[in-house]
Design a protein around this ligand. Structure first.
Ligand SMILES: Nc1ncnc2c1ncn2[C@@H]1O[C@H](COP(=O)(O)OP(=O)(O)OP(=O)(O)O)[C@@H](O)[C@H]1O
Ligand SMILES: [Mg+2]
Length: 544
């Protein structure tokens, strides 16, 4: 479905690909991985023809339909359901031609409509929309009533519904919540054609794809299996390569010493000569560098405050005169709490975060928090709100007026924003580079409470691990909102669930939660089955 042959591409002062080749099996689902800034999104632009290679070829069969999701759907007046249905252009064209076709062609059109299952189209579209978090009532609402984030999901739903021969997705889970991501995982696994998916989501890469395509050292390496299997194979490859290198070095030294000793000897001249040839022919074995990511700096708060950090009693919050988003909040947060906040999009997780950060006042009830409490609050809007013309250095200068440029630069370098990137405008930074910059900025003041609202979006897998390590070292309290299941499992020691206009402790683990979410997507229960979770744990305890 996709064949890349000796691709070479240079831009912005560096070489991204150097005679890179790969052929993707047909059909196949392939996860495209690699460091932040390595050129994954750039490769998509090359495939789409938005950028031109400096050498080599990128081939897609002529008749193949290729679709990408890179922009939110425009805010039109068309209803949600009709928007999705229109994405299947063949069906739409057939239906339109029914209006005008002469009688002898009607049969043909009808039989083609039967063939493509046109009857079930609305049901299939609705199934996708539900999976992505839309309600039945949403189906008739015009596109213009949805926010940008939701219209991004519409674009994804359209692409899935149209089912192109090659689907290109660039970090699709970034604009989904955990429940949407779980659904997409299962859906992609069943996708009938080829898909190339850029993702840093380990679960998705383990559960949805059959191959991993790795961009490294300006080449494209294809591995069979999911992400865990890729990591194992790659570690083995690195080990074998370095062993082979050591062996080759020894052989080279041996040959060289023979040549040095006997090159002047007439009796051994021929042998020495043949060894010189062998030496010249030896292909150097590249040293595969284990790529390291920069750590995150999450300085711990200087002095502990008196507990609790925050207490909520009968708190209600909301915006303007609108009905309350959350009410009846009775919660307590302690100095070293690690809270994982769960809930579907729109359940009020971000509103909760905003209130905890002190950026949204409460309407009623009582909120007690230390006046000396410093809060670091990271959320996606910060990334969107970055001034596209500013550079990392400009941002640092504003954040730390008192420091010298020298110290700005070394601090940025510590953040993993190297000297070459410090004067690049934020518009030109890759998604991961922007996220890394902001996360480090937010934590710079050593807050007592870190509120991280989807911190791992855009971060590559090793950077996620680096963030996890930093969070484990960090001594303050954490409230974490993430659709990254493995991060949630490893960080949170208590789960809270936002649902039904309130936030309450969730009695169960992430597996219980995943099951609950998938059940609900299949049209099951509407409320968390906390009783079931309790029962399961009781059983576990009985067994133990
Ligand atoms: N217009 C530009 N000017 C300067 N540098 C650019 C420009 N566009 C991209 N870059 C740089 O090219 C590199 C590759 O960008 P790309 O978006 O392809 O990365 P990526 O692999 O998709 O990374 P991520 O995982 O963070 O999304 C980045 O270092 C980025 O800063
Ligand atoms: Mg990218």
């Amino acid at each position: 479905m996709l064949q890349i042959d000796a691709l070479t591409f240079n831009a912005w002062g560096r070489r991204f690909f150097d005679r890179a080749s790969v052929t993707l099996p047909n059909p196949s689902k392939v996860g495209l991985v690699g460091r932040n800034g390595v050129g994954k999104s750039t490769l998509f632009k090359l495939i789409k023809g938005e950028l031109q290679p400096d050498g080599g070829e990128i081939g897609v069969p002529r008749s193949a339909r290729v679709a990408t999701v890179d922009q939110e759907h425009p805010a039109t007046t068309t209803s949600l359901l009709d928007t999705i249905l229109a994405a299947d252009t063949e069906r739409a064209a057939l239906l339109a031609s029914l209006e005008t076709a002469d009688p002898e062609h009607m049969g043909e059109i009808w039989s083609r409509l039967m063939e493509i299952d046109a009857d079930t189209a609305p049901a299939r579209a609705a199934e996708i929309l539900h999976g992505l978090g839309f309600s039945t009532a949403d189906l008739d609402r015009p596109m213009s009533e949805f926010s940008g984030g939701w219209r991004m999901r519409v674009a994804l739903a359209s692409a899935l519904f149209a089912a192109p021969d090659l689907l290109l997705l660039d970090e699709p889970t970034n604009y989904l919540d955990l429940e949407g991501a779980l659904w997409l995982e299962a859906r992609l696994a069943r996708y009938p054609h080829s898909a190339l998916i850029i993702s840093h989501d380990r679960e998705l890469l383990n559960n949805s794809v059959g191959y991993i395509l790795h961009i490294t050292e300006r080449k494209l390496d294809l591995y069979t299996g999911g992400y865990d299997s890729f990591e194992k194979q790659r570690a083995e490859r690195i080990r074998l390569q370095s062993a082979a290198r050591v062996k080759q070095e020894a052989e080279r030294a041996h040959l060289q010493s023979f040549v040095d000793r006997f090159k002047a000897s007439a009796a051994k001249a021929a042998q020495a000569q043949s060894r010189v040839k062998r030496l010249a022919k030896m292909e150097p074995i590249a040293a595969t560098i284990e790529e390291r990511v920069s750590p995150f700096l999450l300085p711990s708060p200087p002095r502990p405050l008196a507990p609790p950090l925050m207490r909520l009693e009968g708190v209600e919050v909301g915006y303007g005169d609108d009905p309350a988003v959350l009410r009846g909040l009775d919660l307590r947060l302690d100095l070293d709490d690690r809270i994982g906040l769960l809930g579907v999009n729109g359940a009020g997780k971000s509103t909760f975060a905003k209130m905890a950060a002190g950026a949204l006042g409460i309407r009623s009830g009582r909120m007690t928090r230390s006046s000396r409490m410093e809060v670091g609050w990271f959320h996606q809007h910060q990334i969107e709100a970055l001034d596209p013309d500013q550079t990392p250095l400009d941002i640092m200068r504003e954040a730390r007026l008192q420091d010298s440029d020298q110290s700005h630069r070394s601090r940025l370098a510590q953040f993993g924003i190297g000297f070459d990137k410090q004067n690049t405008t934020t518009a030109a930074l890759s998604g991961g580079e922007r996220a890394r910059l902001l996360l480090n900025l937010v934590a710079m003041s050593a807050p007592h409470l870190l509120i991280l609202d989807e911190p791992t979006n855009h971060l590559d897998i090793d950077s996620r691990r680096a963030l996890l390590d930093a969070l484990n070292e960090y001594e303050g309290a954490v409230i974490l909102i993430t659709h990254d299941r493995s991060l949630m499992e490893l960080v949170a020691d208590r789960l809270w669930l936002a649902a039904d206009n309130t936030v309450v402790p969730f009695d169960g683990d992430m597996d219980d939660y995943a099951r609950f979410v998938l059940d609900r997507a299949r049209g099951g229960t509407a409320a968390p089955s906390q009783a079931a979770a309790r029962e399961k744990r009781a059983k576990k305890q009985r067994r133990a």
